[in-house]
Design a protein. Structure first.
Length: 162
C-alpha cells in the first residue's frame, strides 16, 4: 500500500491548469524539515486533481503550513542524456495547520497540529474526571495455563485460554 502523510510549508504558489479533457490539476512545491541535524530541508512537488485542485488553488499560498495525505509517485526524467528520479506527492487530502505545538511525551517524540480539523500525532494527557466512580469488585483471577504434556502432541490446544 502506498500511503504518505507529510507536514510541510508551501514554498511556491499553487498553479492550476487543465488537461485536454478539462480535468483540473494543481501543483505546488512544499518544504519539510529534515530528520538529520544540519541537513537542508527536503522539497517535493504536491499535485492535486479535480475538486481538490480547485481547493488547493483557492485556499493555499506560499508560507501556509499544511498536512498532505496522499501517495508517493516516483518518475524517471531524462535530461541531457542522464536519467534522474523525481518524487511527487499526489494528494488525496490536505489539512491547513493554523498553529503547531511541539509536544513530547515520555518517549520524547510527537507532534500536535491544531487546524480546522484537529490532528493529533501523539497522545495528549486527559483531564481527570470531575467525580470518582465507585470502586468495583476485583475480577476473579484467570486460571494459570498448565504445561503441555510431555508427549509432544497438541491435543490440549482447545483448553489454552487466550
Amino acid at each position: 500500500m502506498n500511503s504518505c502523510i507529510l507536514m510541510a510549508q508551501i514554498v511556491s504558489d499553487p498553479e492550476l491548469r487543465s488537461t485536454q479533457d478539462q480535468t483540473s490539476v494543481s501543483t505546488m512545491l512544499v518544504e519539510f524539515e529534515s530528520t538529520r541535524e544540519g541537513e537542508a530541508p527536503g522539497k517535493v512537488k504536491v499535485e492535486g486533481w479535480g475538486n481538490l485542485a480547485e481547493e488547493i488553488k483557492n485556499t493555499y499560498s506560499v508560507g501556509n503550513q499544511i498536512i498532505v495525505e496522499g501517495r508517493l509517485s516516483m518518475n524517471v526524467i531524462e535530461m541531457d542524456g542522464y536519467k534522474q528520479k523525481v518524487a511527487k506527492l499526489v494528494a488525496s487530502r490536505i489539512y491547513p495547520v493554523s498553529g503547531m505545538v511541539n509536544s513530547t511525551n515520555d518517549s520524547g517524540a510527537g507532534y500536535t497540529a491544531q487546524a480546522d480539523n484537529v490532528v493529533n500525532f501523539a497522545p495528549q494527557p486527559q483531564p481527570a474526571p470531575a467525580y470518582a466512580p465507585a470502586p468495583e469488585a476485583a475480577p476473579e483471577a484467570a486460571p494459570e495455563p498448565t504445561a503441555a504434556p510431555a508427549t509432544g502432541g497438541n491435543e490440549d490446544w482447545d483448553e489454552i485460554p487466550f
